[in-house]
Design a protein around this ligand. Structure first.
Ligand SMILES: Nc1nc2c(c(=O)[nH]1)N[C@H]1C(S)=C(S)[C@@H](COP(=O)(O)O)O[C@H]1N2
Ligand SMILES: [Mo]
Length: 373
């Protein structure tokens, strides 16, 4: 929809971007790498945090995950089928989807397997057509509670002694699938989706971890019960303990909405000798209220939020000017707080310490930085 409101929105995004780039790149700055820095590897891309100067992540920097490899789907022959508990099963070509209302949305995509300062994340401008009207046109049966998204990639799963050839699949509860910004996405950053990132069509689920953003979509099924395939019920299951008196209660939950998180991305030496720290903070869509910085285990000090996010699901940028830093080894952490008062956990917070699986690691990273004289 190229109406004036979407143009205005684009200008707002472009404006925020210009403002933020200026705050993130200063004249005469010198990047200081954190001790855990690794050179960018184009063969295995991931967010190169100390190069975070573009609010929109270029496609070359975006990580990729393919549990069953990376299929090449022939877009000309491709059809998306909508089946199961619907009165009018649907079948859509790529052209048919592109003729439908077009929606653009900036959202951060993070893999739930991303570590505390890990690179399995990016912030992109996604374009697609909203899923809700399509599901409704197909005539939702009142018994439908679960929407299962099947993909072209497939593998063999061993389950209780049996072997089963299966396509990648993930589901969303119907209420979540009907969320306004869930898109059948076919563009990223103004370009057709690349094969690696799910062409011709992938699901865009703002506020949810990457595992829900099913790539290479082929079929959507409406079910009357929960779907518990490998990526819902066996992998991507978080095991978290909760202390109850002397007991620990173990909760197993399927990875879903994103957790509040932030990272100290860059450290640059300014001509004045001060060090400017900058980074990103993101959440499941709840606004970021504040970001704080702690240097060498001292007091938490507020960072400056550089601008409001263009959408609640895009990352927020912040900066912090570290005046008169001493030479030598330092440790630096950032932690975000959201508008509901939730605080990003410390690594030893029971919320993290009693989490026994690696998914959903949203504790703050304590990054080491060495300053030369
Ligand atoms: N069909 C399919 N979709 C998939 C996956 C997959 O293996 N197959 N991996 C998921 C995971 S775990 C993540 S984190 C995101 C990554 O998206 P990207 O490869 O575009 O970065 O895709 C998701 N969608
Ligand atoms: Mo992932």
């Amino acid at each position: 929809m190229q109406d004036s409101s979407s143009r205005r929105k684009f200008l707002a995004i472009a404006g925020a971007f210009a403002l933020q780039s200026k705050a993130f790149q200063t004249q005469g700055e010198q990047v200081i790498h954190f001790e855990d820095w690794k050179p960018f590897n184009p063969e295995k891309p991931g967010m190169p945090w100390d190069e975070l100067t573009s609010w929109i992540t270029p496609v070359e920097q975006l990580f990729a995950v393919g549990h069953y490899g990376y299929p090449q789907v022939d877009a000309a022959a491709w059809k998306l089928r909508i089946e199961g508990l619907v009165s009018r099963p649907g079948s859509f070509t790529l052209d048919a989807l592109k003729k439908r209302p077009r929606q653009e949305y900036v959202a951060t995509l993070e893999c739930s397997g991303n570590g505390p300062a890990g690179g399995l994340i990016g912030n992109a401008r996604w374009v697609g057509t909203p899923l809700t009207p399509i599901l409704k046109e197909c005539g939702l049966n009142p018994k439908a509670v679960e929407v299962v998204f099947f993909a072209a990639d497939e593998g063999t799963e061993k389950i209780r002694g049996g072997e089963y050839k299966q396509h990648f699949a993930r589901s969303l509860p119907l209420a979540d699938a009907l969320q306004q910004h869930v898109l059948l996405g076919y563009e990223m950053n103004g370009q057709p989706l690349t094969s690696k990132h799910g062409a011709p069509v992938r699901l865009i689920v703002p506020g949810w971890y990457g595992i829900a953003w099913v790539k290479w979509l082929t079929r959507i099924e409406l079910h009357d019960r929960k779907y518990l395939g490998r990526f819902m019920g066996r992998d991507y299951v978080t095991i978290r303990g909760e202390q109850r008196g002397n007991d620990v209660i173990w909760r197993e939950t399927s990875v879903g909405r994103m957790n509040l998180k932030s990272v100290v991305a860059r450290a640059v030496r300014l001509p004045s000798g001060d060090v400017r720290l900058s980074g990103a903070a993101w959440s499941d869509g709840v606004p970021i209220r504040s970001v704080e910085i702690r240097i060498d285990g001292g007091d938490w000090a507020p960072a400056r939020i550089e601008s409001k996010r263009a959408t609640p699901y895009a990352w927020t940028w912040w900066t912090f000017d570290w005046k008169g830093p001493k030479t030598g080894e330092h440790s630096i952490a950032s932690r975000a707080t959201d508008a509901h008062g939730r605080v990003q956990p410390a690594p030893d917070d029971p919320f993290i310490a009693l989490k026994k699986t690696y998914w959903e690691a949203n504790q703050y990273a304590v990054r080491k930085l060495k300053l030369d004289g």
